[in-house]
Write a protein that binds this ligand. Sequence first.
Ligand SMILES: [Zn+2]
Length: 288
Amino acid sequence: MSSFLLAFNFITDVKFSEPFLLHPYSQTENSIFGQIMRDIFYRTKQLDDLTLRGSSRASVQSFWNIPEYEIGFDIGAHPWDLTSSIRHLFISHTHRDHIGGLYQFIARRQKLNLLPPRIFVPAPMLSRVQKFLEIWQELDNSSFKFTLLPIIAGERISWETGEGRILELEALTTRHRVPSLGYVVRENGIPRVAYSGDTLPEALDENPVFYHANILIMEMTSANGLYSPESIHFFGHTHFQDILDRKEFFGNRHIVLSHFTCRQSMNLLCRHVAKVFPDRLKGRLIVW
Ligand SMILES: [Zn+2]
């Protein structure tokens, strides 16, 4: 049998539900919308009583969601089936891989008759983001409802989830090439989740809560010796050596490393992380 026919055999086993549907969409069982499209890849992991969903590669896309908190951090892309679980969105900075899905998110919330989202952006960038959204609505000849708010370091935002969880978020100073912020969410006063966004490592030292949150989601753009710390710092990012230098400080239960360079495969990056952190920081490292 020719290799052409063998290749063809591969797809004849697939049962298509519609004649022109080439890839059956995955379904999200718990969604109030029933069968839903999975349009953009992301990972999901249960960390204690919270579900972390997201994807993060430098220059590609970064977005995170914790449905129990109805919260999103960044929105470099927006998977359709996360639409209902992000009511409060916090942008760390306005680089394209962290904000590129914003308009889709706003439009889809409205399309699905969901409450308008609250979107917080670093205050110095508010008017530009507002302008960007106005132009996009003109391009679309549409009008969408949302609340866009500035946020500065030290500011605290509270909300109660539909399930009665009372949460307080605090914005943290970070250091990047555009105005930027990190965030920590406290529940009953306990720092549960901290998100660094993109930053130089000094932001960790300047905000010790990064070291104490139960779950730390942080960037580690460089996982190997291909790039020097200086070259990584030049672009406002964190190098693996910065984390090694501070390994005694991390008191977190889970440390999610993300935002790896897109110039290397995940397989290679995982091998580097295993070499650099042989004990995975006492088993707490999660390579995202
Ligand atoms: Zn960035």
